[in-house]
Design a protein around this ligand. Structure first.
Ligand code: SAM
Length: 225
């Protein structure tokens, strides 16, 4: 399955694939602090954008948590965070990071595990994840499950790349990985999605679009029940 490439990425250089910054060496203390700072800033922005509608601070759910760049700061604001990823090595690194940070309220789940039956979720969030999922049926499954566990009054903040599909984009998508630079290869490349098709999916899962921000590469949807 295509998304299993993330397991390879996680073993090779997890931080680089998570937060692609060509000039940063994430094995150094400086690189690590850049990585952590980027996570605190992104988490603060997500929480600020969801904030006015967020009522509960009990259970949060992150789809595509990686090594916990966002999970760690979010776990300071919620009773617990369910952190879902497709790559076991990401979850192992997340557990190490949580332990190092003294956070015992983070629970990791592989995608197929029962993260959606742990009780109602007050806040679902996902950044730079769905843009990498090439299989539409996997996205449908996620939103069906999110729709089933989001608490009444809960909020879902989720990002997609909704830029228009252009001819150069289509051409690059058809090229073999061997001739492409790393960020354009399968698994890590960004898959563009139609905004209208996404809204149709959300609604079919019982989720209503309360607001939208930054249409395009970092299109964020704020969903409620
Ligand atoms: C670019 S990283 C972002 C990680 C995290 N959201 C962050 O902002 O630091 C993408 C993450 O999504 C995970 N991922 C990719 N496809 C997935 C899928 N189908 N289900 C769950 N996680 C997935 C990858 O393993 C990786 O950890």
């Amino acid at each position: 399955m295509l998304e299993n490439r993330w397991e390879t990425f996680a073993r090779e250089n997890a931080e680089w694939y998570i937060y692609t910054a060509p000039d940063v060496d994430f094995t150094t203390a400086e690189g690590r602090s850049f990585f952590d700072r980027s996570g605190r800033e992104d988490a603060a922005q997500i929480l600020a954008e969801a904030g006015p509608r967020l009522t509960g601070r009990g259970r949060a759910l992150e789809i595509g948590c990686g090594v916990g760049r966002l999970t760690m700061p979010v776990s300071e604001r919620f009773t617990e965070v369910l952190a879902v990823d497709i790559a076991p090595t990401m979850l192992r690194k997340l557990a190490d990071n949580a332990q190092r940070a003294g956070r015992d309220n983070v629970r990791g789940f592989l995608s197929h595990e029962p993260w959606d039956t742990q009780g109602p979720v007050d806040f679902v969030y996902s950044l730079i994840v769905f843009q990498h999922i090439a299989d539409w049926s996997a996205i449908v499954e996620y939103f069906t499950r999110i729709g089933s566990c989001l608490a009444p009054g809960g909020v879902c903040w989720v990002q997609f790349d909704t830029r228009a599909v252009s001819l150069p984009y289509l051409a690059v998508s058809r090229l073999p990985d061997a001739v492409l630079p790393r960020p354009w290869r399968k698994g890590i490349r960004r898959v563009r999605r139609s905004r209208d098709r996404l809204v149709e999916l959300f609604e079919s899962c019982g989720l209503r679009v309360a607001s939208e921000l930054r249409p395009g590469e970092r299109h964020a949807f704020l969903l409620t029940r």
